[in-house]
Design a protein around this ligand. Structure first.
Ligand code: NOJ
Length: 889
């Protein structure tokens, strides 16, 4: 049950939030609730300066030149948004026009430019993950980047790699790529590269522990839940994709809403200063999630660089002109509470990121509005009186992106079951199609804002991760284009049908939806708290009934994540099952070309499909303790999804990585090569060079730098960084007298640290990425002539040596490779896999480093086409590979 739904929706539908005005006025920062023993967010101060990584030094050099000319109000102005609905984009920073720094536009979301027109609605993250195709994931990133740039958005608020998908019911797992840190990491990094190669700043989110939607936000009456995660699980699971994103050069990171080990993510010095900026050596900027900032000075000291959208909900409400930063940050710098060097660092990180992505050269300004579809309207819809002007220019940014969108949707389609040679179907079979999920929403493809209804085809989940469809190629239209004899029953209750003949084929479309907690859909509060892992709209019953009647049934499942298929999977007439994930706009031909055998399916499950949800430990359930802080304790440690099932010998219905093809693949010629010999701990990290931030002036600036310009005409509720003269003077006097009153957090220090042993520039100690081993192997399509060619996928899982002193999951995915082309029968291809030092290490919580437990030991690297189908094994000690073996599961 949600008590308050504090998330704002898009557009201006959120003014109902104002009902909380009374509650807000008395609010103060909540004291922290105790967390269970052993879960710590140790203080880590100060914020490590940016600018010490070679790959960023040219951008920092330029940024320092610019920031050194800025007044305090100018520096502050770029560290926060101008307020909710105070500009065209979902977030709009302040600008420094005097020095040529424009307002920056921040826009959702991971699968395409949100709340606008003339874009591509790409397949969702979970669909993208299911392709297991690195190059294709990069190409999708390129196309997304081109669209964000074309619309004039400086920031892409994606990719989403947190949630990792720990909870099968979690609402936003579909925005990410699958329940495995390496799959998330590789897909996240490829997306970042694709997007950033277009000059758009990617924002990897949400750091970390946002594994549940319910109770995710702080609000005036309740604290967000605390994700209590141990140090090893943080490193080996949840932080892993972020590390890979930082290594890929991501410009920006979004902190999560929730707390981690008791401390709010947006002001958690352990996570932001310690893990992200020192250990991972992140050089870009950290922003809050929307309205997640709950303190001014505290968050600045803890390493936050940008507050979005500028206003706050933690101790006040949005849209009343209140901000924790902007004019308040200016005041805090003048009165000495926030050290000037911290402000210098924030501003420089932001400007450096802008240079790093080349946005100082020919970057277009926004040409769309995420507030309205009208051509003109208020420029600041959140203001009571706003100037009016052109807000939408309807720029078409689609290019030929539908090609890559379709390719992703298609390569994701995962064949779970195919009795005999039921699939592919012949286009001459009479088809009887059931389920509203086969057709576009009859009330309009974008009739529900942010996809907050599950009506018709499920092409994406709901919330800020959705986008408008420009069009929707729905499966029923595509089926009708290909087959003469199609009868469609647009209903989810089984209708009366003519008596079927032997040849008749029933295709049943069902789905399972979820989204963001900003909305409730059919009693699901973001998470699938009501429907669980069942099909919505009695879909399981629809399949059962169809299976009673017809002897040939194909089930098509559009789903946000794992579903339980037990009610019907073993029914004899259910002969084929395809998971089509969330395909976006290209839902039709991408699917039917597979159904009719023009293309072979090559998607693989990015999660396990359990027999029952109860097969997972209790700690993976949704949790809530209304009226106090919910403690979400990750007591399962490393054991989520297949890691848990394997450890406990629980057989899922379909294992992680499962996915059949019309082709038949066989692996041979496996060779393992040692590249860099391993030692127990990595070679020493490079020392941290002095950051150029240290060269910036740190004296408290003159009060006059903060004065409102004379005669300035303010817009009510718009957030400015200036102060009235008298307030600036008072603050300055306090600062000059050294009289600041701010109680600095426990463990506060102003001395820059050398950085932890595991740390290093842009991702951590570079030695962690030394390639330790590679494996090459041949894959051949052994299917009989005339079967549809197919793409083969090799998944590689590491099993740690026996007898080591660390508990490790039976197997863990570490790399994968898909053939570039579909292989015809008899054709073969070479696949290469590679394993870095980090892949063969565990995080040692005592040594606080990545440790190879037994460098001379026998690592087994299993290769095959699913986590339970691993017929090849290579050994790290003897450098021998065996084929035709039985896998470890
Ligand atoms: C909240 C969501 O959690 C985040 O992912 C999104 O980018 C922001 N809102 C902005 O819409």
């Amino acid at each position: 049950m949600v008590i308050f739904n504090m998330e704002y929706p898009s557009g201006l539908r959120s003014l109902s939030l104002l009902f909380l005005a009374g509650a807000a006025s008395a609010s103060v920062l909540h004291p922290r609730d105790p967390v269970p023993d052993g879960y710590v967010a140790a203080p880590y101060y100060p914020t490590p300066y940016g600018g010490w990584s070679d790959d960023w030094s040219a951008s920092y050099e330029k940024a320092i030149k610019l920031v050194s000319q800025m007044t305090v109000a100018e520096k502050v102005n770029i560290t926060a948004g101008t307020g909710l609905y105070m500009g065209r984009c979902v977030g709009n920073t302040g600008s420094v026009p005097r020095l040529g720094l424009p307002q920056l536009c921040l826009q959702d979301g991971p699968l395409g430019v949100r709340t606008t027109d003339n874009i591509t609605a790409f397949p969702a993250g979970i669909t993208t993950g299911a392709t297991f195709n690195k190059d294709l994931i990069y190409q999708r990133g390129v196309a997304i980047g081109e669209e964000f740039r074309g619309k004039g958005a400086n920031f892409y608020l994606g990719p989403c790699v947190g949630p990792l998908g720990r909870k099968p019911r979690g609402g936003r797992n579909w925005e990410g790529f699958g329940v495995d840190p390496v799959l998330q990491a590789i897909a996240g990094a490829e997306t970042i590269r694709g997007v950033q190669d277009q000059g758009v700043i990617a924002t990897i989110k949400h750091l970390i522990g946002n594994e549940q939607e319910l109770y995710r936000m702080y609000n005036p009456v309740q604290q967000a839940y605390s994700s209590n995660i141990d140090d090893r699980a943080i490193h080996e699971l949840y932080l892993w994709p972020f590390a890979e994103g930082v290594k890929a050069g991501v410009g920006s990171v979004m902190a999560s809403y929730n707390a981690i080990n008791g401390s709010a993510a947006s002001q958690n010095s352990y996570i932001l200063n310690g893990l992200l900026k020192d250990e991972l050596g992140f050089q870009g900027l950290v922003m809050t999630d929307w309205l997640a900032q709950i303190s001014g000075v505290g968050s600045a000291l803890a390493g936050l660089d940008m507050s979005m959208p500028g206003d706050t909900v933690g101790n006040n409400i949005p849209l009343d002109g209140y901000s924790n930063w902007q004019y308040e940050l200016t005041r805090s710098v003048l009165n000495g509470s926030v050290p000037v060097d911290r402000l210098n660092d924030m501003a420089t990180r932001i400007v450096a990121t802008w240079y790093q992505l080349g946005q100082d050269k020919d970057y277009p300004p926004p040409n769309f509005s995420s507030n309205t579809a009208d051509p003109t309207g208020p420029l600041y819809p959140g203001a009571v009186f706003s100037p009016v002007g052109v807000v939408n220019e309807y720029v078409n940014v689609q290019g030929d992106h539908k090609v890559v969108a379709k390719q992703v949707a298609q390569e994701a389609v995962t064949l779970l079951k195919n009795n005999g040679s039921f699939l592919p179907l012949s286009t001459s079979s009479p088809l009887f199609v059931f389920g509203t999920d086969a057709q576009a929403d009859p009330e309009g493809i974008n009739s529900c804002t942010d996809k907050t209804c599950n009506r018709g085809l499920l092409g994406m989940g709901w919330g800020s991760g959705s986008a408008n469809y420009p069009y929707l190629d729905d499966p029923i239209s595509s089926l009708k284009r290909k087959v003469a004899n199609v009868t469609y029953f647009a209903t989810d209750s089984f209708p009366t049908v003519p008596t079927p003949t032997e040849d008749d084929v029933a295709i049943v479309f069902i789905n399972s939806d979820s989204g963001e907690n900003s909305y409730t859909v059919e009693n699901n509060h973001g998470d699938r708290d009501s429907d669980g892992l069942k099909a919505w709209h009695n879909g399981d019953e629809l399949v059962q009934k169809a299976a009673e009647k017809y002897s040939n049934v194909l089930v098509i499942y559009h789903t946000v994540g794992p579903v339980v298929v037990e009610p019907w999977i073993d029914l004899p007439s259910v002969k084929g099952v395809l998971i089509a994930h969330l395909p976006g706009q290209e839902a039709g031909d991408s699917l039917t070309e597979i159904i009719f055998g023009e293309v072979s399916p090559s998607g693989h499950l990015p999660y396990s499909i359990p027999v029952s949800e109860d097969d997972y430990p209790k700690s993976l359930s949704l949790v809530s303790t209304p009226l106090s802080q919910t403690q979400d304790t990750y007591s399962e440690g490393l054991y989520i999804d297949y890691r848990y099932l394997n450890k406990n010998n629980i057989k899922p219905r379909y294992a992680f990585g499962h996915g059949l093809s019309y082709a038949n693949f066989s692996f041979s010629n496996a060779k393992i090569t040692r590249v860099t010999p391993l030692t127990e701990t990595p070679p020493a990290r490079p020392s941290k060079p002095e950051s150029p931030i240290a060269s910036l002036n740190t004296t408290i600036p003159a009060a006059s730098e903060a004065y409102y310009p004379e005669g300035f005409d303010r817009i009510w509720r718009y957030l400015y960084s200036w102060l009235p003269n008298a307030e600036a003077d008072t603050a300055y006097a306090i600062g000059a007298a050294g009289d600041k009153k701010y109680p600095y957090p426990e463990g506060y220090s102003s001395e820059q640290k050398p950085g932890p042993a595991a740390g290093g520039p842009s991702g951590g100690n570079p030695a962690l990425w030394d390639v330790a081993y590679t494996i090459s192997l041949t894959v051949i399509n052994t299917a009989k002539q005339d079967t549809t060619p197919g793409k083969a996928l090799a998944q590689a899982y590491v099993q740690f040596p026996e007898g080591i002193s660390y508990d490790t999951p039976v197997i863990q995915l570490r790399d994968f490779a898909k053939t570039g082309d579909a292989l015809k029968p008899g054709e073969s291809a070479q696949l290469e896999l590679s394993f870095a030092r980090k892949d063969l290490s565990v995080w040692d919580t005592t040594r606080q480093n990545w440790v190879v437990p037994d460098p001379e030991g026998k690592y087994k690297i299993w290769v095959g086409s699913a986590s339970d189908d691993l017929p090849v094994v290579c050994y790290s000690d003897t450098l021998v590979c065996e084929e035709g073996v039985t896998g470890p599961i």
